[in-house]
Write a protein that binds this ligand. Structure first.
Ligand code: PHB
Length: 396
């Protein structure tokens, strides 16, 4: 079949929140884009991801006109609990830095952005296959793909954006000598569940225990999301409900008698866990955004927020490039975005190493972690860094 051609200004690979948010922001600036995505709308909508939005991410959704549903259906959280030595210690974001976060799962962000693009006539090709990116070093980069009906296409554009996630094709198409990969593996992962149960607490609880880390998060009044540190090779299917509740409860136990509210578990999975950055976030006329160029461990919920922060900076660059014929901001994209990326890498790494048990960690290390946690919760100076990083540094 002959390849059909679509001409646009920005060709975007990946219709996750980063790709769709960028496409939406470009639309508000009068810039055309086509989004190519290998997954179906339904697959993305139903894939479980993290659930916390920084205030800056919420503002992006609302101020861009994408959706204000987050303000009606999301839950504002003004703090979190750090739990160690069997007691909760509240970090009061509102008091410490005057900001909050919103519990609003990534699936909902995707639903809102997909709907916004649909409403404004956006060109989003879900369920495409055989995608590749070509001629990235030239002024006429291209995306090849086959649509859901088997028709092959060629997207002619001025700029390609790779927002196709950690396993995507865009990063891989940058020649190895033009990029540097930084990464670390962790000797643990997260076991995540979704359960039909009432909330066990009004806010998220990040727990340090002798048996390892646990996180009590939420979805709705009736559905809860929880995680516990596990071996990266753990087979989630071998765990019964009883085993899971017992493990979670044992990590949440303590002198205050805290007890989890339990219920039917209807999803259980092991989540990958690593820190990764690809530098620079640009090759020729290809720009990377979100997980396509960096991954953080989920402790601290920075992944989605970082992707949206990339997109904000990239949109500024593209707006200035197309609408004012000035490439300065676009040329500065990688450096500007990487500043936040490395701050978030540090924060995610710090939260992770403060709360998780290393499989061959010493008694010294456990005691040191407790000293660190105590330093964080016992002074305003200690708590403020956590509050500032968790709620999100200002999006300049
Ligand atoms: C979640 O609700 O899925 C969640 C919340 C906070 C995290 C990670 C995941 O740090």
């Amino acid at each position: 079949m002959e390849r059909r051609i679509v001409k646009t200004q920005v060709g975007i690979v990946g219709a996750g929140p980063a790709g769709l948010m960028l496409s939406h922001l470009l639309y508000t600036s009068g810039i055309d884009s086509t989004v190519v995505e290998s997954r179906s709308h339904e697959t993305i909508r139903t894939t479980q991801r993290a659930g916390i939005l920084e205030h800056g991410s919420v503002n992006m959704l609302v101020d861009s006109g994408a959706s204000d549903r987050v303000l009606r259906e999301g839950h504002r959280h003004d703090g979190i609990e750090l739990r160690f030595d069997g007691r909760n210690h509240r970090i009061d974001f509102l008091d410490l830095v005057g900001e909050s976060v919103w519990l609003y799962p990534q699936n909902e962000v995707f639903t809102d952005l997909a709907e916004a693009r649909h409403r404004t006539g956006g060109d989003v090709r879900y369920s495409s296959s055989d995608s590749s990116v070509l001629d990235l070093e030239t002024d006429t980069p291209k995306i090849h793909f086959t649509d859901v009906d088997g028709q092959p296409w060629e997207v002619h554009c001025d700029v390609v954006v790779g927002s196709d996630g950690s396993g995507g094709i865009c990063k891989k198409s940058i020649p190895a000598e033009h990029r540097k990969d930084y990464f670390i593996q962790y000797p643990f992962a997260w076991f995540g569940i979704l359960a039909e149960a009432p909330p066990s607490a009004p806010e998220l609880i990040y727990a340090h225990s002798d048996r390892g880390f646990a996180l009590i998060s939420q979805r709705t009044d009736k559905i809860q999301r929880m995680y516990f540190q596990c071996d990266p090779n753990e087979d989630a299917s071998t765990w019964t409900e009883e085993m899971i509740w017992e493990e979670l409860q044992s990590r949440m136990g303590g002198q205050d008698g805290f007890h989890l509210k339990t219920g039917r578990i209807f999803e259980q999975m092991v989540l990958p866990f690593r820190s990764y950055v690809c530098e620079p976030m640009r090759y020729g006329n290809l720009f990377l955004a979100g997980d396509a160029s960096h991954t953080v461990p989920p402790t601290g919920a920075k992944g989605l927020n970082l992707a949206l922060a990339d997109v904000k900076v990239l949109h500024e660059g593209l707006d200035s490039y197309f609408n004012s014929k000035n490439s300065e901001l676009l040329d500065a994209y990688s450096d500007r975005a990487l500043q936040r990326v490395w701050k978030a890498q540090n924060f995610s790494y710090w939260m992770t190493s403060m709360l998780h048990q290393h499989p061959d960690g010493s008694e010294f290390e456990k005691k040191r972690q407790l000293g660190e946690l105590s330093s964080v919760v016992s002074s305003r100076a200690g708590s403020s860094y956590l509050a500032e990083a968790y709620t999100g540094w200002p999006l300049k």
